[in-house]
Design a protein around this ligand. Structure first.
Ligand code: NDP
Ligand code: GDR
Length: 349
């Protein structure tokens, strides 16, 4: 049985990847951060009592800022594959916490690579390593972007991902380790964090429909993104680690839409006029914006045989339907006199 270790297992991608690997018969180990409240809602359905004999999903406390802990986890788990998905992944927040973002995203990756390098030498076991790179690394480079496009990062987050990318390339070349960089364009889902623009929009659409919210405050509506569906993308992460040689791959749909188009599509599905509810709040503008990302994933198509299945319209529909259902549940709670967290309090990104 193969063993996988996932950093960022509680995040959107980590949860889908854990599901995928469990379905393929892997034993899956995830690193979680200690928190004063439970932070495992995306993976609770996968968790079994570790005392049960057939358990294949295990969680370990750890943090990318804590190299000693990472080393201990590696020795304990002895993984065949490592997926480094952990990150302070919010671009706007990275302008407010640049040092912390660099510590987790750039130096955190370096810590994990150092631990892997020593682990491989000490134990003589081969390990395959996936590094979660991002289309944000292309930043201001003109579209379409592919593996040969030079990076031009536009945020502390993106600069840190570029550093992590080059650490990964260097460790592959210097120590002959099996390390791949996935350069993934935006991918969303019903599990997307609520401060990313797609989920912020679909959550608001559902709540407005159910009379729980009136306004939605957004930033730049003209930015264009290449939005795919997260479960399609985690499959390609796994494929990258099954290849005979390590390499770097762009994953994208090859289709771009503006935030405005996403907004109109989402609200339209519920028969809502977005402009009756949306207001522009400059606090969501970024000091430097990424205007236009459009990926060319021909290499992944040719070498991995990968292509995304879920279209833009289907993605929006899935997210809107899911969030309408959530809003209905919230409505029931509110009608029964319960208090729920309302957007004014939650609007953090
Ligand atoms: P999320 O923000 O949903 O998840 C991030 C994960 O990282 C969470 O599990 C979080 O834990 C964990 N994490 C945060 N800080 C630390 C830390 N200091 N040590 C260890 N773990 C930490 O991100 P996604 O699932 O969307 O993305 C996964 C990865 O892919 C990230 O690296 C992201 O930057 C990258 N990426 C994402 C894209 C996308 O469109 N989704 C596109 C390209 C790249 P907690 O739950 O406790 O906060
Ligand atoms: P992004 O995603 O920055 O592409 O990073 P996000 O959804 O945050 O922003 C996309 C675009 O929407 C514009 N925007 C807003 N964004 C947010 N969050 N909130 C708003 O109110 C708002 N209004 C407009 C933004 O300016 C931007 O242009 C995501 C993350 O998952 C990264 O970790 C990942 O690396 C990249 O995708 C690829």
């Amino acid at each position: 049985m193969k063993r996988a270790l996932i950093t960022g297992v509680t995040g959107q991608d980590g949860s889908y990847l854990a599901e995928l690997l469990l379905s393929k018969g892997y034993e899956v180990h995830g690193i979680i951060r200690r928190s004063s409240v439970f932070n495992t809602s995306r993976i609770d359905h996968l968790y079994r009592d570790p005392h049960e004999p057939d358990t294949r999903f295990f969680l370990h406390y750890g943090d990318l800022t804590d190299g000693t802990g990472l080393r201990r986890i590696l020795e304990k788990v002895q993984p065949d594959e490592i997926y480094n998905l952990g990150a302070q992944s919010h671009v706007k927040v990275s302008f407010e916490q640049p040092e912390y973002t660099a510590d987790v995203v750039a130096t955190g990756t370096l810590r994990l690579l150092e631990a892997v390098r020593d682990y491989v030498r000490a134990w003589g076991r081969p390990v395959r390593f996936y590094q979660a790179g991002s289309s944000e690394m292309f930043g201001a480079a003109p579209p379409p972007q592919n593996e040969k496009t030079p990076f031009y990062p536009r945020s502390p987050y993106a600069a840190s991902k570029v550093a992590a990318y080059w650490y990964a390339v260097n460790y592959r070349e210097a120590y002959g380790l099996f390390i791949v960089n996935g350069i993934l364009f935006n991918h969303e889902s019903e599990r997307r964090g609520e401060t990313f623009v797609t989920r912020k929009i679909t959550r608001a659409a559902g709540r407005i429909k159910m009379g729980l919210q009136k306004k939605l405050y957004l930033g730049n509506l003209e930015a264009k993104r290449d939005w795919g569906y997260a479960p399609d993308y985690v499959e390609a992460m796994w494929l990258m680690l099954q290849q005979p040689e390590p390499d770097d791959y762009v994953l994208a749909t090859g289709e771009a839409h503006s935030v405005r188009e996403f907004l109109e599509e989402a609200f339209g599905l519920l028969g809502l006029d977005p402009y009756a509810h949306v207001e522009i709040d400059p606090r969501y503008f970024r000091p430097t914006e990424v205007d236009f990302l459009l990926g060319d994933a021909s290499k992944a198509r040719e070498k991995l045989g990968w292509q995304p299945r879920v279209t833009f319209k289907e993605l929006v529909r899935r997210m809107v339907e899911h969030d309408l259902e959530l809003a209905k549940q919230e409505r029931t709670l509110v009608d029964a006199g319960h208090r729920i967290a309302l957007p004014g309090v939650m609007d953090r990104g």
